[in-house]
Structures are given as structure tokens and as C-alpha cells.
Write a new protein. Structure first.
Ligand SMILES: [Mg+2]
Length: 263
């Protein structure tokens, strides 16, 4: 990972949009800070399309897409998405796997009874495709127990994704990169190759791995170092500070280089 101050105008020149993770990237332990929120507006002012990409529930992005300066948002690690149309209306995108969610709820109940340090998350009511177990948000579950839960789930044909806070159980086999490329293609008519070159990705942890590998221009907030062993490819640039402050630094670097290109 290169320090952010080495970012060059030629890195930013091809970019038309920025895809960003929420938890521990834009948000500090779940909270939105003023510098991080302001950074979204600065990115918009220089013309970037903005796409939020989170493991959080579909119900959350439906609300946030109405309120934040974003063009689209992806939830449940790429399984579900919302496109904000130019007239302000929303177009939801939901997969067929949503019909099998009851089976995942039953598996999650069995896992938390077997591993009592884990809990069913408090945001499951707003999910439509996956089911999540809290492994780091309001409790701390040892890494070997998280891996054991993943093995049990996979033996039952269920895909798992682990973020800094949650273990996701799903039949949709999603990832943020595929979800982002799909919505970029549908909404903005860009093919997959163009999307990977023309959109930057900002993230911090294991459920960002596919996006760090897929997009050409990638950025980590400083706390990405804590997840380095869960990432096959590290981001190209890293901010000096973690979470929302790091996000604001990355946004400022992108804005500054974009202005240099546009002069
Ligand atoms: Mg994150």
C-alpha cells in the first residue's frame, strides 16, 4: 500500500465515480462524523458519482438513498441494491435468493446456541436476503469460533462473508464488486471492464476483499491494516488516519487531484 500523498492526477483522471464501504470506512463504529459526511458533498461537487456498498441491510440503504448525496447503494454485500433515479424516485434490485431467508434464520439460531459469545444482530429485521450474526459489534467472538461457524454454514451449502462486525449467511454468494459492477452497468451503461477502471473503491475489511481485487484504483482507511490477513489483495493507497477521518482524507486527495486534472 502506498501512502495517500503519492496519489497522482493520472490515477484520478479516468475516474467518474467512487464506491465506498460504510462500517469502519465512512462510519466510526457505526456513527457518521461531520468530516466524513461533508466529504461526500465535496466528492459530488467535482462530479463523482457516489455508490455506497455495505454489508448492512437493504432497509437501511432504502432510507439512506433518499437522504444522502448518492446515486446508488448496495446492501447485504452486493445481494440487494437501490438506484436513485434523476427524479428522486428509487428503483430497488432484489435477487431470487430472498425467498430462502427463513432457512438462514434457522441456521443462525443453531449457530448462536452452539457459540454463545456470538449473537443474532439487531439489524436483521431490515434485511431481505442474508442473515447476520454479531461477531464484533456488541460482542467479541474469537477468530477460531468465527471460522468454525463459517465451516458449519458452508457444510450446509450456505455462503459466508465476514466483516469487522458481522458474519453473513446467504444463499446468494454475493460480493460487493459484482454488486457494484451490476448496478453501474444497469444504471450508467458502463460495461464491466470500464466500471473496474472508472470507479474507485474505498474500504477497510474482509467483506471488501472482492472489491479491492476487482477495481483498479483502490483505497484503504488506516484500519485496513488490521484486516490485512483476510485480504488477497491490499488496496493501492492507504490513508494515514482510520475510519471517517481517513475517508475524508481520501476524498480530499481525490477532489484535489480531480481539480488538477480538470484545470
Ligand atoms: Mg467495513
Amino acid at each position: 500500500m502506498k501512502p495517500l500523498d503519492q496519489l497522482k492526477p493520472s490515477d484520478v483522471a479516468p475516474l467518474v465515480g467512487v464506491i465506498f464501504d460504510l462500517d469502519d470506512t465512512l462510519l466510526d463504529h457505526g456513527r457518521l462524523t461531520e468530516p466524513a459526511y461533508g466529504a461526500l458533498f465535496r466528492l459530488k461537487e467535482v462530479g463523482f458519482r457516489l455508490i455506497g456498498a455495505t454489508g448492512r441491510p437493504y432497509g437501511w440503504i432504502e432510507l439512506l438513498s433518499r437522504q444522502w448525496p448518492v446515486d446508488a447503494m448496495i446492501a447485504e454485500n452486493g445481494s440487494a441494491a437501490v438506484l436513485r433515479n434523476s427524479d428522486g424516485s428509487l428503483s430497488p434490485r432484489l435477487p431470487a435468493a430472498a425467498e430462502r431467508r427463513a432457512e438462514l434464520l434457522s441456521l443462525a439460531a443453531r449457530l448462536v446456541s452452539q457459540f454463545p459469545s456470538a449473537k443474532i444482530t439487531s439489524d436483521n429485521g431490515a434485511r431481505v436476503v442474508d442473515v447476520t450474526i454479531d461477531v464484533g459489534e456488541s460482542c467479541r467472538v474469537p477468530a477460531d469460533q468465527i471460522q468454525a461457524m463459517c465451516r458449519i454454514a458452508r457444510d450446509e451449502g450456505v455462503a459466508t462473508v465476514v466483516s469487522s462486525v458481522h458474519l453473513h449467511l446467504t444463499y446468494d454468494f454475493p460480493d460487493k464488486a459484482a454488486g457494484a459492477v451490476r448496478i453501474i452497468s444497469e444504471a450508467f451503461g458502463e460495461d464491466e471492464t470500464a466500471a473496474r477502471r472508472r470507479y474507485a473503491f474505498i474500504g477497510d475489511s474482509g467483506n471488501d476483499a472482492a472489491a479491492f481485487a476487482a477495481f483498479k484504483m483502490t483505497f484503504g482507511v488506516a484500519n485496513v491494516s488490521a484486516s490485512a490477513d483476510t485480504l488477497t489483495l491490499l488496496p493501492r493507497y492507504v490513508a494515514p488516519f482510520p475510519m471517517g477521518r481517513g475517508f475524508a482524507e481520501i476524498a480530499a486527495a481525490l477532489v484535489s487531484q480531480k481539480r488538477a486534472v480538470n484545470v
